[in-house]
Design a protein around this ligand. Structure first.
Ligand code: TMP
Length: 215
């Protein structure tokens, strides 16, 4: 059992970086060490925010403008943070979240090229000083990631953007990592899945001083 404060952990990366598989491995590590946690995701995570997710990712004839998309991401986040993430952390439960505000910097700031200071303003409005304790960025060349994502089936509205969009997303994630070295760790996700998992688990066991390997 861990005695440290409940951690807010986020996972990030371009499509097909293997986040979901690595999230499962991370959760097995927490299970093995008797740590209580919830798994959640953005956009979404609560019924109301999942409705916003459906709006954001569906292929509608009148697709949202970039500004609408940005505001909806933060609308969903406000609901998710207030009703799910913060209550969990306050009661000592760790939170493992598939994407959070770094995705907004990467996709709406990098991909859509919206001004970063708009995102900073909304981040402060919605989150105050709340930030993840740890962010894992799974980095993979865009062509490899998109080929993996394509094999999973039909692409959603954002996954259907072109290569140049995802190159900007990846570049923004790299900038975020270099500017937040205490919070953000980048893992090379072009390696095979087991190697990525082993590197991640070794890093996390050391960071949180855990003794039980998930096996
Ligand atoms: P997912 O496929 O990892 O569940 O993420 C859903 C999509 O939403 C993905 O293409 C990334 C995108 N996204 C943004 O564009 N901005 C955001 O702030 C978040 C959280 C996700």
């Amino acid at each position: 059992m861990s005695t440290q404060k409940a951690q807010f952990i986020t996972l990030e990366g371009v499509e097909g970086a293997g986040k979901s598989t690595q999230k499962e491995a991370l959760c097995r590590l927490l299970d093995a060490n008797g740590i209580a946690y919830i798994e959640t995701r953005e956009p979404g995570g609560t019924p109301y925010a999942e409705s916003i997710r459906a709006l954001l990712l569906s292929h509608a004839d009148d697709a949202p403008s970039a500004k609408t998309e940005l505001l909806l991401m933060f609308a969903a986040r406000a609901q998710h943070l207030e009703t799910k993430i913060l209550p969990a952390l306050q009661s000592g439960i760790w939170v493992v979240c598939d994407r959070f505000t770094d995705a907004t910097y990467a996709y709406q700031g990098g991909g859509r090229q919206l001004p970063v200071d708009w995102i900073e303003t909304l981040e402060t409005l919605v989150q105050g000083a709340q930030r993840p304790d740890l962010t894992l960025i799974f980095d993979v060349p865009v062509e490899i990631g998109l080929a993996r994502a394509g094999r999973r089936g039909a692409l959603d509205r954002i996954e259907s953007e072109d290569i140049a969009f995802f190159e900007r997303v990846r570049a923004m994630y790299q900038q975020i990592a270099s500017r937040n070295i205490d919070r953000v760790v980048t893992l090379d996700a072009s390696a095979d899945v087991d190697t990525v998992t082993e590197t991640m688990i070794a890093f996390l066991m050391k960071r949180w001083n855990l003794s039980c390997h998930p096996g």
